[in-house]
Write a protein of this length. Sequence first.
Length: 405
Amino acid sequence: MTEQHNLIPNFELFSPHFNANPYPIYAQLREHAPVYPVTSFGGERAWLITRYEDAAYILKDYTFSIDRSLFMSSEQINQITENIDQQLLSDHSMVGCDPPEHTRLRNLVHKVFTPRMIEGLQGRIDEISHQLLGTVEPQGQMDLIDDFAFPLPIIIICEMLGVPDSDRLQFHEWSNVIVGATPLDAASGHNQKSDFIVYLEQLFTQRRLQPGDDLLSSLIAVEEEGSKLSQEELYAMVILLLVAGHETTVNLIGNGVLALLQFPDQLKKLQQHPHLIESAIEEMLRYGAPVDLGVRRWAKEPLQLHNTTIHTGDLITVSLAAANRDPQYFDKPEQFDIERKDNRHLAFGQGVHYCLGAPLARLEGQIAINILLHRLPNLQLRVPPETLQWNPGPLRGLRALPLAF
């Protein structure tokens, strides 16, 4: 440890306590130790990056790889991968490979996951939002997460994939296991099919026999220049859509509404001027960081960064939350300002791995939060903010957000 490292107090990365308010630690890291040794979510040694300029560089530069198989043996991967679903996500999806393989997968998915398809969901998102709020409105209170932020995106992603209504809750439970928000069943192993994979096998078989007007049928059928998605790639793509299309939006809505409640002047401004919702969502993404520590890269060659030697094969974890509060890039970064100008946050990443689901998350957030504020104008927290419980792991989100209205 260097003298600068000794200035940093002990902290437990990924813990609920840390996720409740990581920003004071991040501020100290940015100033004193912008490249800091930590233990990653998988248990490996890693370098934690907290400055915006460094984060953007690592996200965009091809000298950093997202493909762990270039630097780790299958035995090492098995030691750090909790279950087969996580392994499929890392080894057979866009978030686990570099170009040109990444380009092939992204082009295939882009053919069916189009801007036009996402725009076509606007009416359904509006309808579901009103239905969910209509259910809780007579009660005068709700848990925003369980009653609104969770069901909205899970209904949308399940309808897009053609998943039956009765299986939505099970999808949520599988999603929590994949991202590490709930413990893994000890009986599940690396070489054993998970219940989720067994379910997807049956769903794929049904769609091959009877294709429908849904995203899953399109993913099975899509082809470009003779290339199709393999069975493993189909599993991985559904897992990716489930996590990226659901978990991120839950946290965007939950963290965003909490920020509005903590800055009542901004809440009032958005209620009075709902046309500000687009810039408000961008500020929620910057300020609330729904995906904080989910970005991992491996160094393909050695480099010096802030007097720290990063060796070939070293793992790098980028904190998007820390980068999004960097005072070198954002004026008054601790202030929540729904009219912030030139808001170049990194919430969805940068470069070739920029989040494919960003347009859907933005659309869901814009519609859901505007409807929420219109229908329930007197929102307030039912508990002291310091008592709120946060999920563990690389995604930063609330377990519950009790509200009265």
